[in-house]
Write a protein that binds this ligand. Sequence first.
Ligand SMILES: Cc1cc2nc3c(=O)[nH]c(=O)nc-3n(C[C@H](O)[C@H](O)[C@H](O)COP(=O)(O)OP(=O)(O)OC[C@H]3O[C@@H](n4cnc5c(N)ncnc54)[C@H](O)[C@@H]3O)c2cc1C
Length: 465
Amino acid sequence: MPRQVDVAIIGAGTAGLTAIKEIKNLTKNYLLIDRGPLGTTCSRVGCMPSKVLLQVAHDLSRVKVLKALNIYQGDGTIDLSEAMKHVRKLRDYFVNFAVEEIKEMGDHFIQAEASFLSPGRLKLDNGEEVEAKAIIIATGSSPVIPKEWDKFKDRIVTTDSLFELKTLDKSWAVIGMGPLGLEMGQAMALLGCDVHGFDKNPMLGGLKDEIVHSEALRSLQKSFPIHLKADVKLSRIGSKIRVSWGDQHRDVDRILAAVGRKANVGSLNLKAARCPLDEKSLPVFDPDTMKVKDAAIFLAGDMDGQKMVLHEAADDGRIAGFNALQEHPIRFKRKVKIGITFSSPNLCTVGQSLKDIKEPVAIGEVSFTKQGRSVIMDENEGMLRVYADKKTGLILGAELAAPSGEHLAHLLAHAIGQKQKVQELLRFPFYHPTVEEGLRTALRKAKKQLYCKVDPGPDLDRCDA
Ligand SMILES: Cc1cc2nc3c(=O)[nH]c(=O)nc-3n(C[C@H](O)[C@H](O)[C@H](O)COP(=O)(O)OP(=O)(O)OC[C@H]3O[C@@H](n4cnc5c(N)ncnc54)[C@H](O)[C@@H]3O)c2cc1C
């Protein structure tokens, strides 16, 4: 006799756990299923351990700044195995929160792998069966390793295994210069490893604005050589792996494969769910309701193959959880797009890309080379470009490679979300000396290009207006 529940959630990651927060308001009869290891991708192998390693690397680079100025007189020796221990210690700290949350669920949680038997029925690998009025698939994603690299697996790590290394090898090829590859490549380079980065694409870190990209590349190349448009081939040379591209090659101790992630759907037997599948064999769904077409199935998180970032996974979970038991699912507007690579400088994309904007566009830009606070921080690199509708001044998007860019990106995302115009955002305070003053410069330049009438004079509201 299958266990009967209102909602079954497959996957106790960020999306699944967030879905439960909404489901609890609707029913007490729900079941969360996860095959383990528990603790969420974010905490175990994702956002958190990667940012700990980056933090250590950036802190060390601050020490190097002081050393170059003769202010710090130490010899700068570092212990990489201690760095990796620190990563794991903080990782365990974060994982523990998620594991505790799951433990507190008691009978609402089963550790097992789930697959579909029929549209509303799941088989668990512990022999149990579950029948649910609605099923949320929140099974996450996993790193891709190209098939042809199978024979080099002993020398290849992904972000799933990187943080388990006791220490970091001397020489590395990081293949894939998206956010994950860039962050880890720069971290290892700043920690003293000999790192080369490769990508077959012409642009890195998800940037689309060629001007911002060329500034980003110039700056990042100071940490480690980056080879773009490089379609690499691997071969074995003794204990090393030879990475060949064009007529060049480099022999390295280890490869970090950061070439993308794929949805975890292989073990789900989706055919039995009898829902329509797209060309990537993922269920066809509405991103505003998270509901799969013609089925009482909802998707949430990385597995939907859309934006693989944490806050989107959490929003997916909220929407799926809320809609799971609604007679007519409610459509929710998705938030302003934002992407951050936590390299130095931060690379950020916000709202629409320049290529996507149809309206005549005003582009305000600022270089951080001479920007006051950035100079003080010794991080005076990069460029910000903000895009606004020339006719109205409405802020539409931005790309930046900037010191503290993560904060600028949030400010811009909130402004776009509130439908602010360039001339309106300028009326808010910009404290001195901050990196935000750079954004003000860019906004002022955009304002000058607007077709619409803007009040002359200072960027302040008039008392009699
Ligand atoms: C190195 C790295 C750095 C990152 N950095 C950032 C960052 O800085 N900022 C950001 O926003 N995002 C970042 N991300 C992305 C972010 O971590 C993910 O978007 C998010 O964790 C996805 O959550 P999820 O719930 O979809 O999946 P997960 O947390 O992976 O949860 C899926 C769960 O499903 C379970 N499961 C799978 N199949 C089955 C099955 N058949 N039966 C039962 N259980 C199953 C798995 O065991 C897993 O526990 C990073 C990712 C990585 C890898």
